[in-house]
Design a protein around this ligand. Structure first.
Ligand code: PMV
Length: 331
C-alpha cells in the first residue's frame, strides 16, 4: 500500500441555539443541545494523503506548516482514523479556508468536518455520515453539525457519559424550510484571544451564571426547534438572539468578553431595525463577528444600515447550504 488521497469541502455553520459547555471527562461531549444552519458562501477545502514514506504527520493550514496545539488537534483525529482502520501510515494534510481562521467564524466546524470526511475516505473506510459526524465531534462539537447540510441538531450528552458513546449530529430540516439569509459581518481579521474550548471551561468554572445558562439553553433550544419545524421565521430569530445573548452573558460574567466596539454597534443597528418594524436578528459566536439573520427580501435595507458601522471590515452573504462533500478520492 502506498498513497491514499481524498479531498473534501465543508462549510461553517451558525448555531441558532448555542453549544457552550462540555460534560466532564474525555471525548468532548456537549452539556447542552444546539441547533445550527450550515452556510454556503464560506468554505474549507482539505486534502489528506496517507503515505508510508512519511516519517510523521505534516499539517499545512492556509499555506503554513502548523505546530503545537493546532497540529495536535489534527493528529489526534488522524490517530483515531488510523486505529479504526488498523493502518499506521502517517499523513499529509493540506487545508485552506476562504475566510479568517480561528476568529469566531466557525473555522473549526468546517475544518474538522472536511478533515474527518477526507481522512476516513483517504484511508479507505466506508463510514456512514453519522459516524463521520461523531468523529468530527470529538475534535470540535460544531464540526459534527457541519457534516450535514441545512438545519442540524447536536444533542447534549447524558451526565456521566463515557468515551465509547457515539453521539453524532442529526439533520432536522432541509435548507429551504426557512427563507433565511445570514449576513456574516466581520469586525476583525485577527484570531481570537481565547478559543472556544478554554472559554467553555472557564465559563463553567468561574461564571456565577453558569448554572442559569445550563438550565436555560435546553429550553431555548426546544422552543427554537419547534419554531423552525413550524417555519416560524420571527420566533426562530428571536430565540436565536436570546440564545446568543444568554451564552455571552454567562461567558462575560467569567471575564470572557469576545466582543469589540463594532460588535456592539452592529447589535445596536439590528435592534433599531427591529424597532422600525423589520424582522432582523443577531447571533454572535465565540468571537467579535455578528451574524445578522434576515429575510432575503429585506437584504438591501439591512445591508445599507450595517454598512454605516465604522469598524466593519467585510460582509459575506450566506444562505443555508450543503453538508461536507467529497471532491475526489484515489486509492
Ligand atoms: O465546536 P467548538 O468547540 O468550536 O465550539 C463552538 C462554540 C460556538 O461556536 C460559540 C457555539 C456553537 O454552537 O457553534
Amino acid at each position: 500500500m502506498t498513497a491514499g488521497v481524498a479531498v473534501a469541502v465543508a462549510h461553517p455553520n451558525v448555531a441558532l441555539s448555542k453549544y457552550w459547555g462540555k460534560r466532564d471527562g474525555p471525548g468532548n461531549y456537549p452539556a447542552v443541545p444546539s441547533l445550527s444552519v450550515t452556510l454556503s458562501g464560506l468554505s474549507t477545502r482539505t486534502s489528506v494523503r496517507f503515505d508510508n514514506s512519511l516519517p510523521e504527520d505534516v499539517v499545512i493550514l492556509n499555506g503554513e506548516p502548523t505546530v503545537g496545539r493546532v497540529r495536535e488537534r489534527v493528529t489526534s483525529l488522524l490517530d483515531r482514523v488510523r486505529a479504526a482502520a488498523g493502518d499506521s501510515r502517517r499523513a499529509e494534510v493540506v487545508s485552506q479556508n476562504d475566510f479568517p481562521t480561528a476568529s469566531g467564524l466557525a473555522s473549526s466546524a468546517s475544518g474538522f468536518a472536511a478533515l474527518a470526511l477526507a481522512a476516513v475516505r483517504a484511508i479507505g473506510l466506508d463510514w456512514a455520515e453519522s459516524r463521520v459526524s461523531d468523529l468530527a465531534r470529538r475534535s470540535s462539537g460544531s464540526a459534527a453539525r457541519s457534516v450535514f447540510g441545512g438545519y442540524v441538531v447536536l444533542d447534549a450528552a447524558p451526565v456521566g457519559v463515557t468515551e465509547d458513546c457515539v453521539l453524532p449530529a442529526v439533520s432536522v430540516a432541509p435548507a429551504d424550510i426557512l427563507p433565511l439569509t445570514v449576513l456574516v459581518c466581520m469586525t476583525t481579521e485577527l484570531p481570537k484571544a481565547t478559543g472556544s474550548t478554554a472559554g467553555m471551561v472557564e465559563t463553567l468554572r468561574r461564571s456565577p451564571y453558569a448554572s442559569a445558562w445550563l438550565e436555560e439553553a435546553p429550553r431555548i433550544h426546544a422552543r427554537l426547534r419547534a419554531a423552525l419545524l413550524a417555519g416560524d421565521f420571527a420566533t426562530v430569530g428571536e430565540l436565536a438572539e436570546a440564545s446568543s445573548l444568554a451564552m455571552h452573558a454567562s461567558a462575560i460574567a467569567a471575564g470572557l468578553v469576545y466582543w469589540n466596539g463594532a460588535t456592539l454597534d452592529l447589535l445596536g443597528v439590528v435592534r433599531r431595525l427591529r424597532e422600525s418594524g423589520l424582522e432582523v436578528f443577531a447571533s454572535v459566536d465565540a468571537g467579535p463577528h455578528v451574524k445578522v439573520l434576515l429575510r432575503e427580501t429585506d437584504q438591501d435595507v439591512v445591508r445599507a444600515a450595517i454598512d454605516s458601522v465604522s469598524g466593519l471590515k467585510r460582509v459575506v452573504r450566506a444562505r443555508p447550504g450543503p453538508g461536507a462533500a467529497l471532491e475526489s478520492v484515489e486509492g
